[in-house]
Design a protein around this ligand. Structure first.
Ligand SMILES: [Zn+2]
Length: 88
C-alpha cells in the first residue's frame, strides 16, 4: 500500500513539474541582441520588444523606435512588464 502511495506521489509531482515548465513564458532570445531595437508608444512610458503583444497594439502613428535601451531610458521610458526587455 505504501509503495503505491509513493508511486502516486511521484507521478503527481512529475505532472506538476511538467505543468509548471510549460506554463513558463517563452523567452525568445534573438540571435542579434546587439542590434535589437525597441519600440514604444508616444502615449505610454514603456518600451517593448517589437514582438511584444502590446507593441502590436501600438498604432503606427504613435509608434516610436529606440535603437538601444539607453536611448529609451534617456527618453524617460521604462521596460515593459510583459516582454521584459533589458533594463540597462
Ligand atoms: Zn512589452
Amino acid at each position: 500500500m505504501r509503495k503505491r502511495l509513493l508511486v502516486a506521489l511521484v507521478v503527481v509531482s512529475f505532472v506538476l513539474l511538467l505543468v509548471s515548465c510549460t506554463q513558463q513564458p517563452k523567452t525568445t532570445v534573438p540571435a542579434t541582441t546587439q542590434t535589437q531595437q525597441f519600440v514604444g508608444s508616444v502615449n505610454s512610458d514603456k518600451y517593448h520588444y517589437p514582438s511584444c503583444r502590446w507593441a502590436d497594439k501600438i498604432k503606427s502613428d504613435n509608434l516610436i523606435t529606440f535603437s538601444s535601451v539607453s536611448e529609451a531610458k534617456k527618453a524617460g521610458y521604462s521596460p515593459c512588464q510583459t516582454c521584459r526587455p533589458p533594463n540597462q
